[in-house]
Ligand binder design. Structure first.
Ligand SMILES: NC(=O)c1ccc[n+]([C@@H]2O[C@H](COP(=O)([O-])OP(=O)(O)OC[C@H]3O[C@@H](n4cnc5c(N)ncnc54)[C@H](OP(=O)(O)O)[C@@H]3O)[C@@H](O)[C@H]2O)c1
Length: 251
């Protein structure tokens, strides 16, 4: 099926990570011109760029305004942006013990980084374009022990997304903004948390008794970015979580 992404310039943030690299490959398969972003994983970004036939790579800490400005200056004109970068602090900490520093770091690396990415992308947008934000099922159902992460991801798929989809058309009348909310997905972020036994527990509120592969998420990102497949879809959240209905609160 034709996605209409061939030749489009696509920035993938967090392309050095599991879901981001799958997105970069999926856009590459549509013959898009991918710009590979990384933060600390330059080696991974370089290997991916080589695999994509010599894609441009750009490094930036997306929590820093000056870094983000430099990234967009280096990336040049873009028609699509997949804002995938984010972090999940693995330690389980209830709110009454949550240090302010972790709260601020988590909001910075997820919500502020997404805001700065969206701002940089929209500033340079001229005609049609598509922005896809990556949130999480934590933003839909909450996540005990990770209220910082859940709050950041909820803000992305709530107020940020719904405001952006109405703002973006002031700049470009056909431009669209959507979000993907993955559930547990195999990547560096979840390594050590998705053993067979853990997946059995995790999937108790899911129809499909498995976790996602990065490619499952990437395909939905590509569909939402596609002007052919999603040309009249904006402000929507696609959940990629095997039919997850919520959390098991008690054993
Ligand atoms: N895996 C899951 O189960 C899951 C579930 C729901 C949502 N998500 C979301 O999906 C997205 C991708 O996660 P993943 O599973 O692919 O994790 P991952 O493999 O750990 O990748 C995270 C990516 O984010 C980048 N990053 C982190 N902090 C950054 C910062 N301050 N500035 C710029 N880039 C930064 C990393 O860059 P470097 O590695 O180069 O430093 C890396 O490319 C995240 O937003 C995550 O919250 C993941």
């Amino acid at each position: 099926m034709e996605t209409g992404l061939a030749g489009k310039r696509v920035l993938v943030t967090g392309a050095s990570g599991g879901i981001g690299s799958a997105c970069a490959r999926a856009f590459g398969a549509e013959r898009a011109e991918v710009v590979v972003h990384y933060h600390r994983g330059r080696d991974r970004a370089e290997a991916l760029a080589a695999e994509l036939g010599g894609a441009q790579i750009v490094g930036a800490d997306l929590t820093r305004e000056d870094d983000v400005d430099r990234l967009f200056a280096q990336a040049g004109r873009l028609e699509v942006c997949a804002a995938v970068a984010g972090t999940w602090p693995s330690e389980d900490v209830p709110v009454w013990e949550l240090p302010l520093e972790r709260w601020q770091d988590t909001l910075g690396a997820n919500l502020t980084a997404t805001f700065l990415t969206a701002r940089g992308f929209l500033r340079q947008l001229e005609r049609d374009g598509a922005l896809v934000l990556v949130s999480s099922t934590a933003g839909l159902f909450g996540e005990a022990g990770h209220a910082d992460y859940a709050a950041a991801k909820s803000a992305i798929l709530g107020g940020l997304l719904l405001s952006l989809k109405n703002e973006v058309v002031r700049k470009a009348p056909r431009a669209r903004v959507n979000a993907v909310a993955p559930g547990w997905t195999e990547s560096a972020m979840t390594r050590g948390h998705v053993s067979e036994e853990q997946v059995q527990r995790i999937s108790r509120t899911m129809a499909l008794r498995k976790i996602a592969q990065p490619e499952d998420v990437a395909r939905q990102v590509v569909v939402l970015a596609s002007p052919e497949l999603s040309g009249h879809v904006t402000g929507q959240v696609v959940t990629v979580a095997g039919g997850m209905e919520g959390r098991v609160v008690h054993d």
